[in-house]
Design a protein around this ligand. Structure first.
Ligand code: SF4
Length: 297
């Protein structure tokens, strides 16, 4: 499905001009327009390569169908065929910065937002056991990122680096948080076509909007991409168990500590990893978010 902000317009342009200036047809319906009338005979460009046959309109006047983003402050026309290849012409538009800024969807995924004990968990996404999500669309494109359980655990991410940006890979990023460099690995391969490079300048969006502007990877799914992922009721039950497991883990690790680590209404405290010492933070990460966690369900 194409982006609702994608607009189409017919344009005219001069084939002979050195610089192609596109004129939307809505602006060019004037009967006195030089190119559309016998006045083109007085045009210097036409005279430089005058056509053999006479016609009312200039033979070098061309028309084309273009598209542009109705949400952008300045309209940039792109040929119809090119926009179909970009994210504007398919379901990927749900992860476009401009689209998200104007639409404010709760989730970029196809389903409504749901919560398991205050952990948002959008329907329609698939989840890996190491707390990453996958959104696969009918257009043959997929996006992946970290879920709200992982982002709540970290609380603040200082830096993000991508290990791979292209190719057939298990998408991998390194998150610097709580004084550690933590590798998050999507457990199955995808044909990676891009990463959310905006996050390198503003990693806070990874925590604030993990399912929308905080997406990490974009690509084309392979037959094995959805293998062992959880969805629907099975995913919700798993998340419920993970919350209990996290509460137990934190209590065991820091049974003598109170304050910011105390559970908030049954749910572990936001940013819990930042209140642990380095060794305990690494143990927590290994237990819940390492690629090894993917095999532990
Ligand atoms: S640039 Fe973004 S908002 Fe604009 S048409 Fe494309 S996907 Fe939609």
């Amino acid at each position: 499905m194409a982006c609702p902000f994608l607009r189409e317009v017919h344009v005219k342009y001069c084939q002979s001009a050195a610089v192609r200036k596109l004129i939307p047809m809505v602006d060019s319906g004037r009967t006195d327009e030089k190119c559309d009338s016998a006045s083109h005979l007085s045009c210097k460009l036409f005279q430089a390569q005058a056509a053999e046959e006479e016609s009312l309109a200039c033979p070098y006047l061309r028309e084309s169908l273009m598209q542009y983003c109705g949400a952008a402050p300045v309209a940039k026309f792109v040929p119809y065929s090119e926009s179909l290849l970009s994210r504007c012409g398919n379901d990927s538009h749900r992860y476009c910065e401009l689209y998200l800024a104007l639409s404010h969807p709760e989730t970029a995924g196809s389903g409504p937002a749901a919560e398991i004990d205050a952990i948002p968990m959008p329907e329609g996404l698939r989840y890996s056991a190491n707390h990453m999500w996958l959104d696969m669309t009918e257009d043959g494109i997929c996006h992946a990122g970290i879920d709200a359980f992982l982002s709540r655990t970290l609380g603040k991410i200082d830096r993000i680096s991508y290990v791979w940006t292209k190719g057939r890979r298990r998408p991998t990023a390194v998150l610097s948080a709580a004084g550690c460099d933590l590798e998050v690995v999507f457990p199955n391969e995808i044909l990676l076509t891009g990463c959310n490079l905006y996050l390198r300048a503003d990693p806070s969006r990874l925590v604030a909007e993990p399912y929308t502007a905080g997406w990490l990877f974009e690509g084309a799914p392979l037959p094995e991409t959805r293998q062992d992922l959880l969805e629907g009721a099975e995913a919700r039950e798993w998340m419920d168990r993970e919350e209990s497991r996290m509460n137990e883990f934190v209590q065991q690790q820091v049974s003598s500590q109170v304050g910011p680590l105390a559970a908030d209404g049954g749910l572990f405290a936001a940013g819990v990893a930042r209140h642990l010492d380095r060794e305990r933070a690494l143990a927590l990460f290994h237990e819940f978010f390492s690629p090894y966690a993917s095999e532990k369900r």
